[in-house]
Each structure stands twice: as structure tokens, then as C-alpha cells.
Design a protein around this ligand. Structure first.
Ligand code: DAS
Length: 341
């Protein structure tokens, strides 16, 4: 008599069924290393590799099949368009595979309002893309990186995350790439969307989504960076009392294609900036007025030069203007992009 022994190994059976999440590491404080566990400033960001980050969170194995790739290992103050293009193209390659269910990207916090928005406009998939980071280095007491990474994978592995656009997850909060920005230089809860709030939160390992993004993103975006080797040069010029016209001369001299004006209040221009903007426009440079306040809408104003950024802050406006200029230099079309993305 043949006895067939079937051993159901829940864990290995479950492991085969777990979502496959790829973690792309770019550097930042989450991979930061300091001399002591009480040091939370002045450390080296991007010091630890992806394997070290993954080994610090063995609990990931219970929620997803995880692979790690090192895209770069830099402080995000040194993030560049070249790395953004590499990152976006790699994410699209991965998400086009039927055996990949989502992507998590570890990143520095300093420009974590730029990279996620770039991918929000260039990823061509409904699958979850979740950025995460840390405000304390991996070597510090109560480092926030491991739990942020665990929660980011939890979100990326969850079917309810599909179709929400690129997300930013830190400190048990889930923000949208479109609205989330770094609101404080050093606090653990620095990532916020002042007016739009969070998409959801994570409590006790459970995801609670509360809202969705109305703006266009991912699969509905017209922007495609496949095969692009560079992006049009766009600079940001800050508006302030006594702001000089020569900043615009420098931008013109360097042959930028676009300028974002980080204006006072609702994008107000001084007489000097007005002259500078009109001079740039005369050289076919597209100028968009944003607000240095960090939130709120910059409305159209026929008395002031330039397109308007809607509710995009200056750093996000630059991301959209760079991508817009890969498609057109028509001001009416670009303004429509700012009204809808
Ligand atoms: N330099 C910061 C950065 O990489 C470190 C951090 O906060 O992640 O953005």
C-alpha cells in the first residue's frame, strides 16, 4: 500500500503566494551611518547598501517576496535628472513584468517632494510605487527607517494601493507624490500635504486609505521618458525683497528652456522680476509663477507675466515644466498641464 504524505507547509505555500515586491535603493538617511547611536545629524547618507537595509527587516518575508536593487547610493540633495530617468525607466521595466506586483523606492528626504512626483508623471502602470525614507540614520537609536521600509512594502503589496498614483510613506502616514512635501527640516513627521492631507495611514500593521488623488497621474499621464537621455534645463528663481534682475540674465545666458519663479505670496513679482521674466520670455523661455509659501493656488493674473503653477510648489513645478518641455513649448498646452497634473 502506498501512503502519500502531503505536508502542507503554510509558510512556504504562503510564501509562494505572497506579492513580489522589488525594492530599489537610491541612498539617503535610511541608508545613513553615524559614529554613535545618538548621532542624528552630520552622518553619511547613502553609506549602507540595499542588502544591509533588507537584513535589518527580516519581517518583510512574512508580507512579500522581496528583491533588492541598488540604483544609486547618494544623499538626495545630489539626486539628478540622469538618476531620475534611470529610476523611472527601471520601474517601468519591472512593473511591465507579470511576476512583479509593486515597487518600493528608498530615497533621501531632502528632495523627496521631487523624485516621487517625477515618477507620478512617468510610471505607466496601475501597480503600486511607494517611496520611503528616514529622518534618522540606520545606526541611530529608534531609527525610523526599518519600520518605514516595512510599512512601504506593506502598502506596495496591498491590492487596495493600485491605481492611486505614486505614494510617499513615512511615519505611519501615506501621502501622494502630487501633494506631499518636506515641511520641516528635521522632525519625524515632516512629510505633509498642508491642504490636501494624507491618502491614508497605517495603524497596527493595517492600511486605512481615506481618499484618492484627483489630478492626472501614471497611466493617464501623457509624459513618457522611455529612452530619454536628458531633460530640458529648468531653473528656479526665488522672489524676495530687492530681488535682482540679473538672476534672469544668468538663466538666459545658460540657455535654460524654462524658469520657475518661486514668488512671494500668490506668485507676486517685483518690478525687477517682472522685467526679468519678460526678458526671458522674449528669448522663448517658458516661465511659470509658483509660490514660495509652499501651499495654495497661484491663480491666473493678466497683470503679471508667466504661466501659473496651480497648487504645485516650486520644486514640483520644475518637475512638471521639465516634462512638459519634452512634449511642447506651447504656453497654452503647458498651462493646461499645470491645471490638470
Ligand atoms: N541628505 C539627506 C538626503 O539624502 C539625508 C536624508 O534625510 O535622507 O535627502
Amino acid at each position: 500500500m502506498v501512503v502519500l504524505l502531503v505536508v502542507a507547509t503554510p509558510f512556504s505555500w504562503a510564501a509562494d503566494q505572497l506579492p513580489h515586491i522589488v525594492i530599489l535603493a537610491t541612498g539617503g538617511t535610511i541608508a545613513g551611518s553615524a559614529a554613535s547611536n545618538t548621532q542624528t545629524t552630520g552622518y553619511k547618507a547613502g553609506a549602507l547598501g540595499i542588502e544591509t537595509l533588507l537584513s535589518a527587516v527580516p519581517e518583510l518575508k512574512a508580507i512579500a517576496r522581496v528583491d533588492g536593487e541598488q540604483i544609486s547610493n547618494i544623499g538626495s540633495e545630489n539626486m539628478t535628472s540622469d538618476v531620475l530617468l534611470k529610476l523611472s525607466n527601471r520601474v517601468n521595466e519591472l512593473l511591465a513584468r507579470s511576476d512583479v506586483d509593486g515597487v518600493v523606492i528608498t530615497h533621501g528626504t531632502d528632495t523627496l517632494d521631487e523624485s516621487p512626483y517625477f515618477l507620478n508623471l512617468t510610471v505607466k502602470s496601475e501597480k503600486p510605487v511607494v517611496f520611503t525614507a528616514a529622518m534618522r540614520p540606520a545606526t541611530s537609536m529608534s531609527a525610523d527607517g526599518p519600520m518605514n521600509l516595512y510599512n512601504a512594502v506593506l502598502v506596495a503589496a496591498d491590492k487596495s494601493s493600485w491605481g492611486r498614483g505614486v505614494m510617499v510613506e513615512l511615519n505611519d502616514r501615506i501621502g501622494s507624490a502630487r501633494f506631499t512635501t518636506k515641511s520641516n527640516a528635521s522632525s519625524l513627521d515632516t512629510f505633509k500635504a498642508v491642504e490636501e492631507g494624507y491618502l491614508g495611514t497605517i495603524v497596527g500593521g493595517k492600511i486605512y486609505f481615506e481618499t484618492r488623488v484627483d489630478k492626472i497621474h501614471t497611466t493617464r499621464s501623457v509624459f513618457d521618458v522611455t529612452g530619454l537621455k536628458s531633460l530640458p534645463a529648468v531653473d528656479i528663481i526665488f522672489g524676495y525683497q530687492d530681488d535682482p534682475e540679473y538672476m534672469y540674465d544668468a538663466a538666459i545666458q545658460h540657455k535654460v528652456k524654462g524658469i520657475v519663479y518661486a514668488g512671494m505670496g500668490a506668485g507676486s513679482v517685483s518690478k525687477r522680476s517682472d522685467a526679468g521674466i519678460r526678458k526671458a520670455q522674449a528669448k522663448d523661455i517658458v516661465v511659470v509663477r509658483s509660490s514660495r509659501t509652499g501651499s495654495g493656488v497661484v491663480p491666473p493674473d493678466s497683470n503679471q507675466p508667466g504661466l501659473v503653477s496651480n497648487s504645485l510648489n516650486p520644486a514640483k513645478s520644475r518637475i512638471l515644466l521639465m516634462l512638459a518641455l519634452t512634449k511642447t513649448d506651447n504656453p497654452e498646452i503647458i498651462q493646461q498641464y499645470f491645471n490638470t497634473y
